[in-house]
Design a protein. Structure first.
Length: 255
């Protein structure tokens, strides 16, 4: 079944979202490429009630004046988790980073999944600065199979890039304080990484998983930085298996 459109009213903004499925709640925070519904979300919606909001400043959503930094959107994600609690939070790339940042700020996540999430500052091993590349050069960086890059209309692509740059420009795609805050992650955490990620080395995923009090790492073969886009079945199976193996009293459990 296709997702339905809904609106989530938060203290500072109303957020448009897509929703599908039945079962335990799952809040999905999109990556920087596109906020559109994907086959990965279809797979998750077979077992969970998936809510996928479009963050302020991305796609067709306006950017409020206050939405200016990574911190601002991390609190927006925390507000979304408050509105949907109890819910697991799953995020990809920038969305995964925001999910982690929100969780360190007290977002009530029953579980956390970060797919290819940047944010950890590893001296001598920075994220690749893709802003220096032309648009047609980026798929080869981000994807094991460049044909898996999503098609995004020009206006949305410009807005997504502009908002992403606003959030990650300085320091570029890292938060030097994040590693020291991972002890605040209260929920079980799964970090998912593409085996052939050329944007972020596996060391970033290992640091994130090892820094979480209850963290673990899973690697998806034949995938670059966006395994949920390249290998939706395998990635969704990892996420569903992780969530369904957790105890259920706090809203988790089999779907």
């Amino acid at each position: 079944m296709p997702p339905t459109q809904t609106t989530i009213d938060l203290p500072q903004v109303s957020v448009a979202a897509l929703r599908a499925g039945n079962g335990p709640r799952l809040l999905y925070i999109h990556d920087e490429l596109s906020s559109a519904w994907t086959p990965f979300l279809d797979r998750l919606a077979e077992r969970f009630e998936v809510t996928a909001p479009e963050l302020p400043g991305f796609g067709c959503s306006e950017r409020p004046d206050w939405a200016d930094t990574l911190d601002d959107l991390a609190f927006t994600v925390a507000d979304l988790a408050d509105a949907l609690a109890p819910t697991a939070i799953v995020g990809a790339s920038l969305g995964g980073w925001l999910a982690v940042e929100a969780a360190t700020r007290g977002a009530p996540a029953s579980a956390l999944v970060a797919i290819g999430a940047p944010g950890i500052d590893i001296p001598g091993d920075p994220p690749f600065d893709y802003f220096v590349l032309r648009q047609d050069e980026r798929p080869a960086l981000f994807f094991d199979n460049p044909e898996c890059a999503p098609e995004v209309d020009e206006d949305s692509a410009i807005r997504n890039e502009s908002m992403t740059a606003r959030l990650v420009w300085q320091p570029r795609y890292v938060n030097p304080a994040l590693a020291g805050r991972l002890h605040r992650l209260r929920a079980p955490a799964l970090v998912v990484w593409g085996a052939n990620d050329r944007f972020l080395s596996l060391a970033h995923g290992e640091a994130l998983a090892n820094g979480a009090p209850d963290g673990r790492l899973a690697v998806v073969d034949n995938a670059g930085h966006f395994p949920a886009r390249e290998q939706p079945d395998a990635t969704a199976a990892l996420v569903a298996g992780f969530l369904n193996d957790l105890p259920s009293p706090s809203g988790r459990g089999s779907g």
